[in-house]
Design a protein around this ligand. Sequence first.
Ligand code: ZN
Length: 158
Amino acid sequence: MNTEHLKSEIESVFSYVKKPRGLDLSFHKDECHQCGYLREDLDQYQEMELPPEGIREIHQEMSCLSPQGWRWALPSYLRYCVTEEAVRSQNEAEFLIYNLAPGEEYQADTRKRLSALNEQQIACLEHFLEWCQVHSYWGQYCSKEISEGIAFLSTVRA
Ligand SMILES: [Zn+2]
């Protein structure tokens, strides 16, 4: 999976969508403070496209986003991950890898968060991980998580 290939697949399967409103954005609703803080932090971003500052805001909090929240964030997040800026920064892509490779006890929640995506989008996430696998940095430092993520996503798609 080369970068140009991945970029064009992301372009074709991950169209930007409207930001979910209010409580629809977060995984938990009223009772969770962490989800509440994330909703507040993301208040400044109302567009379909989330800028790099917004991605830095969510990259450690992806478990607080609802299925619709993931569907909104991923088009921007994936486009960002294949930029030079993301390769230099490393953290955001690394956390996406971790989020796609949940331990057994987190798999049910992760499946739920991925449930608003279609089959092509799940396949594209797998291709993103395949791209990371051959990348000089992530392929070396996250190779275990990348393999686990690919195996997990193939069960989500099935
Ligand atoms: Zn929460």
